[in-house]
Design a protein around this ligand. Structure first.
Ligand SMILES: [Zn+2]
Length: 447
């Protein structure tokens, strides 16, 4: 298909949407709310500038070119490991003002190759660390990022037989300490110097000295397996389908990353669908968020706060005077009227994604057991369907998943339908989609 005219007429200051983990809405709210402290407003404005900056750098699309492992042999189990995990730590991110992250991009470079223990730093970090605590957290982020990328890689390989991004063991390239106390993570498919693609993780606000301690919401993003696996799934989706990251297909893209990020955490913890909290990003939010102008107007140290909830989209957080989780759960609440631009979440990619997220939650609960054993396999297989296309809509995705589900059987007995007959995997999936308001004809089960 040829490119549309508005793509070719792109102006030089246009930004390319990036798969940001935290919706920009939260930072816009923080910047605008009268409840927000001045220092927090300043920091929120800086975050939005950094998001803008990253999106502009990502503008040059079409550079997708994974360095292949030359001696890759799919029959050799040793080869079915990521070629390398490369982590670049941006040196001055925590130590000084960083107007342009790209200026500091090449400063220091860490890599650790598979099988090397203890891990080696190719070019040791240099510079003066006045603060020992900061220096420690600096190295922590590299370690955590390495560990989480390794776990995520193992999750995709063991559960879905998919080796790294391209199923050929592509190197996993990540940047930690991105930006200046940047409270977000994203996947950049292109445009970052010679890397061409990278997972970028910010440090969050826990080390930020110019903020009130009560305003420090975000911990380090590289430390969250859910977040790391979410970003890795964006790369896999990009490689398999190239789902356009705006509007309905963008929400689908977000949903797929949320779902696999969630499953990676469940798999790593050994949690069944019943044991899981189905909360996303709860491990990034710091306890301090609870004291922020009284969430829900009450203080409840036992309550969990998160960025998203697959069990109950729209309820993950609610900050008094600021706003809350605005994900929707049902098609009747789908936000159709959002322009496709940075001020409106690129047409609601983090908002409407709650609908398929909840359908997956329902389906996984109907099946019971582990989400990745059956529901996850159907989702992953569906991504590889020939019927997938870059602007895929929810209804088409529902159809594709139901068709895929028809070739899967449950090893444990399923619930009975209204005629007393045992449901099939596909019929339960059709029901799950129906719950969120995505209806497919009954004939889809027999076609
Ligand atoms: Zn995402």
């Amino acid at each position: 298909m040829s490119k549309s005219s508005d793509e070719t007429e792109d102006t030089s200051d246009d930004a390319q949407p990036l798969c940001f983990f935290v919706p920009s809405k939260l930072f816009i709210d923080l910047k605008q709310s009268s409840q927000t402290r001045e220092t927090t407003k300043t920091v929120a404005a800086r975050v939005l500038d950094q998001m803008d900056d990253a999106a502009k750098k990502n503008k040059s699309q079409g550079l997708w070119n994974i360095p292949a492992r030359e001696d890759y042999d799919p029959d050799n189990s040793e080869c079915r490991k990521p070629f390398r995990i490369l982590i670049q730590a941006i040196q001055t991110g925590l130590l000084g003002d960083l107007a342009d992250p790209a200026n500091n991009f090449q400063k220091s470079f860490y890599s650790r190759e598979e099988g090397e223990e203890p891990w080696s730093i190719r070019e040791p970090l240099t510079g003066d660390f006045e603060d020992v605590a900061i220096a420690k957290s600096y190295h922590d982020a590299v370690d955590k990022c390495y560990d989480n990328l390794g776990i995520a890689h193992e999750f995709f390989l063991k559960c879905f037989n998919h080796n790294s991004i391209d199923d050929k063991g592509a190197p996993l390239i990540a940047v930690v300490h991105y930006g200046f106390s940047f409270p977000c993570a994203f996947y950049a498919p292109s445009g970052f110097d010679e890397w061409q693609y990278a997972f970028c993780f910010g440090d969050g606000w826990d080390q930020l000295s110019d903020m009130d301690s009560e305003s420090k919401f975000f911990g380090n993003f590289a430390g969250s397996l859910e977040c790391v696996a979410h970003e890795m799934m964006h790369a896999i989706t990009h490689y398999l389908v190239n789902l356009e990251y705006s509007g309905e297909s963008g929400a689908l893209n977000e949903h797929i990353s949320d779902t696999f990020g969630m499953m990676a955490e469940q798999w790593h913890k050994g949690h069944t669908v019943k044991q899981s909290d189905w909360l996303i990003g709860e491990d990034i939010l710091l306890p301090e968020i609870r004291s922020y102008v009284g969430i829900d107007g009450v203080t409840d140290p036992e309550k969990s706060y998160a960025m998203k909830s697959m069990k109950a989209p729209g309820t993950a957080y609610n900050i008094k005077g600021l706003g809350g989780d605005n994900q929707v759960c049902y098609m009747k609440d789908y936000k159709y009227d959002l322009p496709i631009d940075k001020n409106h979440d690129w047409g609601g990619v983090h908002i409407n994604s709650g609908i398929p997220n909840h359908a997956f939650y329902q389906f996984a609960n109907f099946l019971g057991g582990n989400s990745w054993d059956l529901a996850g396999k159907i989702w992953f297989e569906s991504l590889k369907s020939e019927e997938m296309y870059s602007k895929c809509r929810f209804l088409d995705w529902a159809r594709i998943t139901i068709k895929t589900a028809k070739s899967y059987k449950s090893l444990t007995p399923l619930s009975l339908d209204e005629n007393g007959k045992e449901n099939t995997v596909a019929s339960l999936l059709r029901t799950a989609w129906k719950i969120v308001g995505i209806n497919t004809p009954i004939s889809i089960l027999n076609d």
